[in-house]
Design a protein around this ligand. Structure first.
Ligand code: 5RP
Length: 232
């Protein structure tokens, strides 16, 4: 196992402690969230976790739940009236628990599920913690296809660079689970995350922004390469 794998596993195992018997669990998207899902699967299979229901934050996660043989536990938002805990990864985290998410283009469903949950637990490895965000990743923005050039122009007018995200092979823009496109935005100057989240969200055509407010995050679990964890 690489040191990143060890760190991810340490964070994911700690997050399991937030899952109680009978809980409705929001399951995040990405490699770290999948480590959590596989660990949860192991505990469900050996009877250590009972009667949970799983609400996926993306089609990718939904497929993984099915592939693990857990389709009977799969639920969609319209089939539950609350989510007890959501466990999700992030691309970047700052000291106030603000997040950049959407590296996997799932930010809209992630924000719906994660913000809805009574407890929102973020699992990351140490390399994703920064003093200021965005640090190394652009801010992903989900936009309706009709509007992408207009949103791009509006944000570049304010300052920064905006790129339409393409899939591997560049055959065309990637299309989200909601039938939309993703713009990746690198602001020219430092941003205040919650102000930028609100401002970008108000541009017509924007569906959701991959900035998540730290006030909505209950806990960040940071896995370290030696297998230890720290929390914020
Ligand atoms: C997907 C996400 C992911 O949570 C984020 O990209 C982190 O993924 P990984 O754990 O694979 O680094 O926001 O939209």
């Amino acid at each position: 196992m690489s040191s990143a794998d060890i760190a991810r596993e340490a964070a994911a195992k700690e997050a399991i402690k937030y899952v109680t018997d009978g809980a409705v669990v929001g399951v995040g998207t990405g490699s770290t969230a999948m480590v959590f899902l596989r660990e949860l699967h192991r505990l469900i299979s050996n009877g250590h976790v009972k009667d949970v229901l799983l609400v996926p934050t993306s089609t990718e996660t939904e497929i993984e739940i099915i592939n693990l043989g857990l389709a009977h536990l799969l639920r969609y938002p319209w089939q539950v009236n609350h989510i007890d805990v959501a466990v999700d990864g992030a691309d970047e985290v700052d000291r106030n628990k603000n997040l950049v998410k959407g590296g996997g283009a799932a930010l809209t469903r992630e924000k719906i599920v994660d913000y809805w949950a009574r407890s929102f637990v973020v699992i990351v490895d140490e390399s994703k913690v920064f003093d200021k965000i965005p640090a190394k990743h652009p801010i992903p923005i989900e936009v309706i296809p009709f509007a992408w050039p207009i949103v791009k122009a509006r944000l570049e007018e304010i300052g920064g660079v905006v790129n339409l995200r393409f899939g591997s092979g560049k055959r065309g823009p990637i299309v989200t689970d909601n039938g939309n496109y993703i713009l990746d935005y690198v602001p020219k100057t430092e941003i205040v995350p919650d102000e930028a989240e609100g401002f970008i969200k108000r541009v017509p055509g924007v569906v959701e922004v991959g900035l998540f407010n730290g006030k909505r995050v209950s806990k960040v679990i940071i896995g370290r390469p030696n297998g230890s964890i720290i929390t914020m």
